[in-house]
Design a protein around this ligand. Structure first.
Ligand code: SAH
Length: 329
């Protein structure tokens, strides 16, 4: 029997080692090139606000096929050449296969195992659909008290009595029968980044799916062959993910010393930063079919019924940094 987070970590490690997670779903950068372009220009604009440190580390967590960074660097080469010239790339990537893909795209980049190993100095960090892959623990409120979920060898949940870490008092307001989720590696990451940002000029942007406010409910999900599947069956054959608890992540970063912006819905963030102006530019002079496809891809990122509302953007910054772009109307 394995604790759920250990089961999830092992299953995802096998899954990411075996192949290409993108056969399951399309992420925002894979849907529309304007996504990466806008994030690249966001980073350039934050860099200006930090006083143009040179060099500056541009860090990405879980870059996948490198699409977002490719689009970001192309946009900054054109629109923010001084920033592009100051950038040193640093990636954190668990999958050996994807690391190889990234190495061919970005031969001058460096790879590190974790955020503690990122070289010192001013930095900008981007992470799209990274936090949702980190392992969660699940706790169930039973009439007798709290239990934690474990996974049996046969792929079933089994519960063991426990207390919920960090919340020894009864977890307020959670009805009996409800499940709560805690993602310890995400909270740990928020605390480490918060501590670093307290001392060092920089900022970090996390884009992922989940509610803005913490709420009970289970969100562990599996995609196998592009379809929802049983998360406990056949570990390593499916992409496992869970909603990001943005409120908990933000609180951990704030306590450690970072200034926090958001979360705001992805649609709002991208629209404020000019998503549709960029799509218009890209569509100009294209065939009607190509123009329609571009517009549809932008809408998919921004519209509330597609990715615009469920996906959120959270910013962390050095407390002395100017307000991060995209968070205020
Ligand atoms: N950001 C990309 C990929 C998202 S998929 C995009 O938006 O398209 C998640 C990425 O995080 C993959 O590259 C995966 O290999 C990586 N990953 C997942 N868990 C990780 C971990 N614990 N440490 C480092 N990388 C991880």
């Amino acid at each position: 029997m394995q604790r759920l987070d250990r089961f999830m970590a092992a299953a995802n490690a096998r899954y990411y080692a075996a192949g290409d997670p993108f056969r399951e779903f399309a992420t925002a950068p894979e849907i529309c090139q304007a996504f990466g372009e806008i994030l690249g220009l966001w980073a350039a604009s934050v860099w200006e606000g930090l006083g143009r440190p040179n060099p500056v580390l541009l860090v990405e967590l879980g870059p996948g096929r490198g699409t977002m960074m490719t689009d970001a660097l192309r946009a900054t080469t054109k629109m923010a050449a001084n920033f592009r010239a100051a950038v040193r790339l640093c990636f954190i990537e668990a999958s050996p296969g994807l690391r190889d893909v990234q190495k061919t795209l970005f031969p001058d980049a460096i790879w590190r195992e974790s955020v503690e190993e990122i070289p010192p100095g001013p930095f900008l960090l981007l992470a799209n659909e990274f936090l949702d892959a980190l392992p969660i623990r699940q706790f169930v409120h039973r009439p007798e008290g709290w239990t934690e979920r474990f996974v049996t060898a046969g792929g079933k949940f089994r519960e063991r009595p426990t207390s919920v870490p960090g919340r020894e008092a009864p977890v307020g307001g959670v009805p009996v029968g409800e499940v709560i989720e805690i993602c310890e590696p995400a909270l740990d990451l928020a605390a480490r980044l918060g501590a670093r940002l307290k001392e060092t000029p920089g900022a970090a942007l996390f884009i992922d799916y989940g509610p803005a406010a913490s709420a009970p409910g289970e969100s562990l999900q599996a995609l196998r062959g592009g379809r929802p599947a049983d998360p406990l069956a056949d570990p390593g054959s499916a992409d496992l993910s869970a909603h990001v608890d943005f409120a908990a992540f933000a609180a951990a970063a704030r306590v450690a010393g970072a200034a926090v912006s958001g979360p705001v819905p992805q649609g709002l963030f991208l629209t404020r930063l000019g998503l549709f102006q960029r799509i218009d530019r890209l569509a100009r002079g294209q065939s009607p079919a190509r123009a329609a496809a571009l517009i549809a891809s932008g809408r998919r990122l921004a519209e509330p019924d597609a990715m615009g509302r469920l996906f959120k953007v959270l910013g962390l910054a050095h407390p002395g940094a100017p307000e991060l772009p995209g968070f205020a109307p």
